[in-house]
Ligand binder design. Structure first.
Ligand code: NOJ
Length: 472
């Protein structure tokens, strides 16, 4: 990397706090008069992903789930495997019933590439028909579908060719997106091409806890670049083949990425902590968020890797900014760590079951920051692992309140999808974390669903928006 660029990056990281100041929550009842605060047609829903709920899958993750790290520790906590998961593949009607009970008017789910294209060139039309039937059933129930095309998993045949380390995956995924959009386009307008590129880069290629389990930031940067290139190609493909305006708003497609945004709070005022927090923010948050405005992929870890490339089709490839928001990290520089820092939560801050800080003000901050870019925003995920079920109501209330604040201050926020409808397979953490508005009894043959206390909070928000939860 040249010195001038390094100096520019360092200067920006040191002098600019990218996040606006947090708001004060709880000072007024922000959940009152929701209809005047939020736009007509606001989407209130839940989000899930195929591998985490469908059951019966066979992909790179199912292989990974059976393995262990070089030190002998299993890849998945308690040696859990995704297995039958929530059996949602066969229970969509029941799940739509739960959504109606919530009063939701939207649902974000993903299609499973390994199911639809189990081997290269093969196509499972029955599975495609079932996804189409889901989308139609949702629409018939007054629930707008948002479909994610790639949510972490790869078919085995793609993974064995190198997965995200192979340029070919870009075209393979674009071809898959074209096929999915052609099949589902009559019922789907809202598309999410890729879920959380920065998380895939960080957890699969820096921290080594997702497949393929590598710890090399240089590879991570190139993976992220490939994912953004794939997004650009997928967007072109979807726009080309999905020409049906399913929701009657005058547009056949609205396309974005579900981008995981975290707040990287320097642990101290020291220039080194601020520098490292700023660089982490650029790599993790900013590279994806700025790409559709610059048409470039700009990623740098000084002295380690730099990608600076114009990508055809990237400019203007987001119709909305999708934000997955969960928490804030406090960043302490540690130049021996591959990520250049250690991230922690101060002892006096509230945390959830996975030890993540509960920081609703952060949702306001990220909405203000990314809402200022001029695109409509959807909160494509927000939720909490909470086994007791007792913390989720206040979590949901305070985060929704933060969203309403941002909307009242002019952010064009069009929807909120709670993660998740159901308890589900939480990747390397297995089945222990409970994210569901509905608890799932994984030991029961019918994967019995039962409401957690936050169902009432969700219903209250739904009523505030003029939606009508059905009696349970
Ligand atoms: C984001 C991911 O998209 C989802 O798959 C995961 O379960 C949630 N975060 C919770 O960690």
């Amino acid at each position: 990397m040249n010195i001038a660029r390094l100096a520019r990056l360092g200067y920006a990281a040191l002098t600019r706090d990218p996040h606006p100041p947090p708001c004060v929550l709880g000072a007024e009842d922000a959940l009152s008069s929701l209809r005047s605060a939020l736009p007509a047609g606001f989407l209130l829903g839940t989000a899930t992903a195929s591998h985490q709920i469908e059951g019966g899958l066979d992909n790179d993750w199912t292989d990974w789930e059976r393995g262990a790290h070089p030190g002998g520790e299993p890849h998945i906590k308690d040696r859990a495997v995704s297995g039958a998961a929530c059996d949602s593949w066969s229970r969509i009607d029941e799940d739509i019933g739960l959504m109606r009970r919530l009063g939701a008017n939207a649902y974000r789910f993903s299609v499973e590439w390994s199911r639809l294209e189990p081997t290269e060139g093969a196509w499972n039309e029955d599975a495609a028909d079932r996804y189409l039937a889901w989308a139609n059933a949702l629409r018939a129930a007054g629930i707008e579908p948002m479909v994610t095309i790639h949510h972490f998993t790869l078919p085995r045949w793609v993974a064995t060719q190198g997965g995200w380390m192979n340029d070919r995956t870009i075209e393979l995924l674009a071809a898959f997106a074209r096929r999915v959009a052609k099949k589902l386009g009559s019922a789907v307008d809202l598309w999410c091409t890729i879920n959380e590129p920065s998380v895939v880069a960080a957890l699969s290629y820096v921290k080594g806890i997702f497949p393929p389990g590598l710890e090399d930031p240089r590879i991570a940067a190139h993976v992220m670049a490939r994912m953004l290139k794939a997004h650009a190609r997928m967007t072109e493909a979807i726009r080309e083949v999905d020409t049906t305006d399913a929701d009657g708003d005058g547009r056949a497609t609205r396309i974005g990425i579900a981008h995981h945004v975290r707040i990287f709070q320097p642990a101290t005022r020291s220039p080194l902590d601020r520098l490292v927090a700023g660089l982490t923010d650029r790599f993790f948050n900013e590279a994806v968020a700025s790409a559709p405005f610059t048409g470039r992929i700009e990623l740098a870890i000084p002295g380690v890797v730099e990608v600076d490339e114009a990508v055809p089709g990237l400019l203007g490839s987001f119709d909305y900014m999708g934000i997955n928001y969960y928490t804030r990290d406090h960043v302490k520089a540690d130049l021996r760590d591959p990520a250049l820092s250690k991230q922690f939560v101060p002892a006096d801050r509230p945390v959830n079951d996975l030890g993540w800080e509960i920081y609703p003000e952060g949702l306001y901050q990220v909405l203000k920051r990314y809402g200022a870019l001029g695109l409509p925003v959807y909160v494509t995920e927000n939720g909490i692992p909470d086994k007791s079920g007792d913390v989720r109501p206040s979590f949901l209330r305070s985060h929704f309140e933060a969203l309403v604040r941002a909307a009242r201050e002019g952010v064009d926020v069009r929807g909120y999808f709670h993660w998740s409808l159901l308890d589900n397979f939480e990747w390397a953490e297995g089945y222990e974390p409970r994210f569901g508005l509905f608890r799932v009894d994984f030991d029961s043959p019918d994967k019995r669903r039962s409401p957690t206390p936050a169902v009432e909070t969700f219903q209250e928000i739904a009523r505030g928006l003029g939606l009508e939860p059905e009696a349970g």
